[in-house]
Design a protein around this ligand. Structure first.
Ligand code: AMP
Length: 219
């Protein structure tokens, strides 16, 4: 099982990737997480990525491609779900080559459809506890007392790239660069589109409907 999840930021692909990881035992590879880790540890990659990341822009292709290639060389994932990569045609071309080098073929590429206003509502309402990492949403999952964490009463903070102006910038980037990936994978016969609005289990079921034949081939 080797999957790529495509879709705008905040479309729910991270949540679904996490579920696929837990339920199917496949690796969850998220370039956003690899970059955040690099920034937290202040690695050379983290330092180079930070200004782009904080402005809601894509970090340069060559930096992300190297990060992913290095991850594959170190971890040798055989079954995985990729979330947040590739994001440009040039990244997709580089990833095609990497898969070829590792003699791996993709199972499916799943594109989540969610409109921009829904994305802005979802992401810009998200707040986190800097201490215990709990995630809240101002309308969907508010804390008991406004602005503070239910678990430890620490004031909540917002990820810098989750602010509304940055979210709008990320969506512009998505429409400009990432939307062009669909035809790339369509041409390879791998693309499947799903509606990204709905409950978590509902969306998971849509994904399973696509990949089920690969998980449990009929006798
Ligand atoms: P994410 O957590 O996937 O929403 O990514 C957060 C940020 O990390 C993005 O806004 C970009 O700045 C950067 N990023 C993550 N993945 C990529 C990628 N494949 N190409 C370029 N930038 C990326």
């Amino acid at each position: 099982m080797r999957l790529i999840l495509l879709g705008p930021p905040g479309c729910g692909k991270g949540t679904q990737a996490q579920l696929l990881h837990q339920r199917l035992g496949i690796d969850h590879i998220a370039t956003g997480d690899l970059l955040r880790e690099g920034m937290r540890l202040n690695t050379p990659v983290g330092q180079r990525a930070r200004p782009y990341y904080e402005a809601g822009q894509l970090v340069p292709d060559e930096l992300v491609n190297d990060l992913v290639a290095e991850h594959f060389a170190r971890v040798h994932p055989q079954k995985f779900v990729l979330d947040g990569y590739p994001r440009t045609l040039s990244q997709a071309a580089s990833f095609d080559k990497l898969l070829h080098q590792h003699s791996l073929a993709l199972t499916a590429v799943i594109l989540f459809r969610v409109n921009d206003d829904e994305i802005v509502r979802r992401i810009s309402g998200r707040w986190n506890c800097p201490q215990c990492k709990a995630i809240y949403h101002m309308t969907a999952k508010p804390p008991r007392v406004a602005g503070v964490c239910d678990n430890d009463a620490i004031p909540l903070t917002q990820r810098r790239d989750d602010r509304e102006d940055t979210v709008r910038a990320r969506l512009l980037v998505y429409h400009r660069d990432t939307a062009s990936l669909a035809p790339h994978y369509q041409a390879q016969g791998l693309l499947h589109e799903i509606e990204g609005i709905g409950g978590i289990e509902e969306i998971y079921a849509r994904i399973m409907h696509i990949i089920q034949p690969q998980v449990a081939p009929p006798c």
